[in-house]
Design a protein around this ligand. Sequence first.
Ligand SMILES: Cc1cc2nc3c(=O)[nH]c(=O)nc-3n(C[C@H](O)[C@H](O)[C@H](O)COP(=O)(O)OP(=O)(O)OC[C@H]3O[C@@H](n4cnc5c(N)ncnc54)[C@H](O)[C@@H]3O)c2cc1C
Length: 451
Amino acid sequence: MYDPLYHVAPGPQAAPAPSYWHAHTQPLWPSTSAILPATAEVVVIGAGYTGLNAALELAERYQQEVVVVEANDLGWGCSTRNAGFAMPGTGRLGYSHWQTKYGEAVAQAIQHEYQAAFARLERHQQACPEQLQAQLGGYLKIAHHPRTVAELYRQYERLVHYEPATSWLNQADIQTRVRSPNAYAAIHYPQSFGLNPLLLLASIARQAAAANVQLVTHATVTDWQTMPGGAYPHHLQTSRGGIQAAKVIIATNGYTPNQLHASVHGRTLPILSSVLVTRPLTALEQQSIALSPRELVMDTRTLKYYFRLLPDGRLLFGGRGAVRGKDAEHSRYADRLLRALVATFPTLQDLLLEPPAYFWSGWVAAAFDNYPRVYQPADGVFTSMGYCGAGVTFAQLAGQRVAQLAMGEPLPALPFYQTPLPRFPLPRLRRIAQRLYYGWYGLIDQIPLSR
Ligand SMILES: Cc1cc2nc3c(=O)[nH]c(=O)nc-3n(C[C@H](O)[C@H](O)[C@H](O)COP(=O)(O)OP(=O)(O)OC[C@H]3O[C@@H](n4cnc5c(N)ncnc54)[C@H](O)[C@@H]3O)c2cc1C
């Protein structure tokens, strides 16, 4: 599998992920092009949620001539591989962090920004004939061990100030909704919902094409030279030929190759996140776990597990994947996830008798200080990345914001928009640090599973 730290670039003919979404969805795709124009006012690299939202905004609001170059098929990266948890927020930091560091007004403004992201997601839902196959009912953040209940309750007390509709479930309550030995209490976030990520990607792509964005697929950017002075200083070489641009938006996120542009090198850590989908559960199996297809669940582990019941009765279960791309498809990672699923729901132990129906992985981008940035890394170059695995909702707005930045508009005075992504110290050692992190938190998080 492509590995951003080792390979020059993804594609241009990499197969789509072997995902449940790809096997069970027939979205209506817009036309794409095999021919690159010689020039464009803006070239967007990467056709995921970020790149397509940026392109849509640039064409629709600013009437820019926009070309999106994508290494493989539209949405080949995370945007068609994710679990479809649409939640308010991004990164790994909560309101209490923002409140302590920047004050109450900034924390409130961040809450408003998350609501704006939801509003843009709703626009894409309305533009989708299948309404994204939304499963409305909210998200449960569950304490996976008694020692995490008190901290989760403290989070709830602070959270309810910003999101008053959230509610607290004690152990008896949560056991009626997630019948698991690893569920001791929970916060319920009613606004969140489950969606089909492939339908979402196709909805944005159709809107972008309708706004005259030119979508060029299987066009991997392999070289980038800057010649200051002219109208089109950025000269990009792709597998479909060359194109010159006045401005470039880098929307490659966790798939950003090391050599793409020096200004973004070493500022994110690509981490593999993996998902399995089981065969459809029997009615008895579904009853035994008490999980509703309307609710999304994630736990309080540092290396989190998350799950949801799909409309056809299959269980989707996700967590961390391998460290290196070359190991991503090894069966031991699917086995490990399956064993975690059965530890969460022991009544489903028959699932261990066969490999999961679907298993796939994708690269999410971790930021050194745990939150993304929309910023200008170099002259005429703009980017939005580092969502730390929480981009389904936020990327919709971040794409819009990076387009506004490229057009010289001021952005809201929020931490996401005021500084560059910090560089990882000793970027070459990122993988070693990641292994140590996994080893340590894997041990701590294992305690409740092996009780
Ligand atoms: C298994 C998994 C589960 C997830 N679940 C959730 C979830 O439930 N909820 C949530 O909020 N988030 C989730 N995420 C994260 C979420 O999917 C991402 O944050 C989001 O999709 C990022 O979108 P993006 O457009 O920024 O990047 P991507 O969708 O990754 O797009 C980047 C694109 O850049 C292209 N590219 C890279 N290099 C080049 C090049 N040189 N030339 C041309 N093109 C290039 C790639 O081909 C790729 O298509 C999950 C991620 C994974 C992997």
